[in-house]
Design a protein around this ligand. Structure first.
Ligand SMILES: Cc1cc2nc3c(=O)[nH]c(=O)nc-3n(C[C@H](O)[C@H](O)[C@H](O)COP(=O)(O)OP(=O)(O)OC[C@H]3O[C@@H](n4cnc5c(N)ncnc54)[C@H](O)[C@@H]3O)c2cc1C
Length: 559
């Protein structure tokens, strides 16, 4: 197989040679470096490479070109090389000149580039290489060729193979799926010499045939046992709110346990690119953010018990007991509920049967590149649906956003409405819903109904992404824990005003009607449904636990 390609375009031959020098010096062993100095030649070569099925990993281009711009050209690269990363080459400091700054801003908003790159100066230029290696890691992840990728070999996309993919997704583990009767699938089965599908092949040589969720999670290195039973704080949920509480709890010396019925990251793992989280100017995938937060909590000493559902909470004396789905209990002086919310199901049987085979709940994080040249549908009218449609539009031939309401403005932020309406390959069908669909092993068609007159239409569809809202995970909580509208957990002033608060002292701001039990993130009534606010609330909850313990200490001293 030929080496993947690093491609650079600049009309200034001298500057281009600097880029070529740095790329060749550092990467020539594993990549081919192709540098051209004319935009037409660049497009011709990129088209020829696509026709020859060559793998282009990275395309860098200067912005100001004869008759076009780098961002226009990079915008066209997506259709030719769906996995290629695209960087705009700029001079150091030129972001300060209005024209270049605006070009970067527009290119990012239109998703024509992943990010900008400062041209190399003297050699070796480690800042330039940091940018290039970040691009290459993103490319390897999207291409499923990053080291430590787990392979699942199954007979079909749906059923148990899909469930196993979901488990790995929820453990934030990079994975790839192979059909058993594909050449690669057959090769992998022969190599492992194992019977029983689905087969899971780990990079360290471990092979599991049709494993349980617990066995699979355990083989990825995820901790599935609490190891002890008594803690200072038990956190239920390992999404952004729970992970934040774990980092702050463990770093401040609390014996901290995090329990999750899946793995790490919660809903955030289905976000391909979180662009509004502080400190990540080029955006961060939900999976990466979750991995980093998990590592951070782990090195501070937090303990984790994955694949365990919390099934009830009770108080006995000064301790709270959380029952787990394996039948055991863990106890703590304080509990933080960070159980977030779960996607609503569509409830159309023939669509549900194709989950994982063209039908996906949540964002198109890893499926988007596979949509190149295809017809994709997104059902939903909120910001997450708008984001998903824009992300898919970079790859798909056409994206249709199916919205129940009669206006996009009813559920979507204004900036997203503008982007969606401005995207040439996004069609919006207002006042519509999905009522049926089907396909032979994979989604092939959908039945759409116009709500106003009940008329239906069958359309060709290669994928459907369902983003129709989420319900809070609170059905397991005891009756004494007051819930508000839609089942979200009441906290602080809402508990005080709503009645049912049993103590003389006032509840803390994130405290529920069950003293010592706090709620943070999307599960809480009035939450902002953002990663940053969930993270903020997780840390605040720990601060409040401190105050609670201090007040209890005072109470017992005085008493
Ligand atoms: C597709 C998509 C894209 C998004 N993009 C963005 C974005 O760009 N920017 C942004 O700010 N926000 C974004 N969001 C919203 C953001 O992901 C959520 O606001 C955030 O994840 C909420 O965090 P959380 O910790 O409160 O809950 P969650 O992320 O929902 O995590 C809850 C965790 O609790 C676990 N759990 C639930 N019940 C139990 C139980 N009984 N026992 C044990 N464990 C349990 C779940 O398995 C889950 O892991 C996006 C959401 C989606 C779906």
């Amino acid at each position: 197989m030929s080496r993947p390609i690093l491609f650079a375009l600049d009309e200034d031959e001298c500057l281009l040679r600097d880029v070529e020098r740095e790329l060749v010096d550092r990467y020539a062993r594993s990549y081919q470096v192709v540098c051209v100095s004319a935009p037409e030649e660049a497009i011709e070569q990129l088209e020829a490479l696509a026709a020859g099925q060559e793998d282009v990993a990275l395309v860098l281009s200067a912005q100001w070109l004869d008759g076009t711009t780098g961002s226009e050209l990079l915008g066209r690269v997506r259709a030719l090389h769906p996995h290629a990363q695209r960087g705009l080459l700029i001079e150091w400091g030129s972001w300060g000149d209005g024209r270049t700054g605006e070009a970067i801003f527009q290119a990012m908003a239109r998703r024509q580039i992943e990010y900008y790159v400062i041209r190399p100066s003297r050699t070796p230029d480690e800042i330039f290489h940091q940018s290039v290696s970040t691009f290459l890691l993103e490319w390897a992840n999207a291409r499923r060729v990053s080291p430590h990728t787990v392979h699942i070999v199954g007979e079909e996309w749906t059923g148990r193979a899909f469930e196993l993919r979901e488990v790995l997704g929820r453990c934030a583990v990079p994975h790839a799926f192979l059909l058993a009767d594909s050449p690669q699938g057959r090769e992998m089965i022969t190599e492992t010499g194992k019977d029983g599908l689905p087969l899971v092949v780990f990079p360290n040589g471990t092979v599991l045939a049709d494993p349980s969720n617990m066995e699979l999670a355990s083989a990825t290195g995820a901790s599935i046992e609490p190891h002890r039973r008594e803690f200072d704080v038990v956190i239920v949920g390992a999404g952004p709110a729970g992970l934040s509480a774990a980092v702050y709890g463990a770093s401040e010396g609390f014996r901290t346990l995090v329990v999750d019925d899946g793995g790490i990251g919660g809903q955030a793992t289905s976000s391909s690119l979180i662009r509004n989280y502080l400190g990540f100017p080029r955006g961060v995938s939900g999976r990466q953010l979750a991995e980093r937060a998990y590592e951070q909590a782990w090195v501070f000493g937090a303990k984790f018990a994955f694949m365990h559902q919390a099934t009830s909470i009770r108080r006995d004396g000064d301790r709270l007991y959380v029952a787990l789905s394996d039948g055991d209990e863990v106890s703590a002086r304080a509990v933080i509920l960070a159980t977030g919310a779960t996607y609503r199901r569509l409830g159309v049987a023939e669509i549900e049967d194709l989950a994982g085979a063209g039908v996906f709940y949540g964002g198109p994080a890893s499926e988007a590149p596979a949509m190149a040249g295809r017809e994709a549908y997104v059902l939903g009218g909120a910001n997450s649906a708008g984001q998903a449609a824009l992300h898919l539009a970079e790859y798909a031939h056409r994206v249709t956003l199916v919205v129940r309401k009669d206006s996009l403005d009813a559920g979507m932020s204004h900036y997203l409405v503008r982007q969606v309406e401005g995207a040439p390959n996004i069609e919006v069908r207002l006042g519509s819903e999905v009522v049926g669909g089907g396909g032979d092993g994979r989604l092939e068609s959908l039945v759409l109904r116009q709500r106003a007159d009940g008329s239906t239409e069958t359309v060709k569809a290669d994928a459907l992404f369902l983003m129709i809202g989420a319900d809070p995970n609170t059905e397991w909580l005891p009756a004494e824990l007051a819930l508000g509208e839609g089942g979200f957990v009441r906290t602080g002033a809402e508990v005080e005003n709503g009645g049912g608060w049993p103590l003389e002292r006032n509840p803390f701001s994130l405290e529920t009607s069950m003293p010592g039990v706090f709620a943070a993130g999307d599960v809480r009534q009035g939450s902002m449904s953002r990663v940053a606010s969930a993270v903020g609330e997780g840390s605040i909850a720990i601060r409040l636990v401190h105050e609670l313990f201090a007040a209890e200490q005072l109470g017992s001293t005085v008493g």
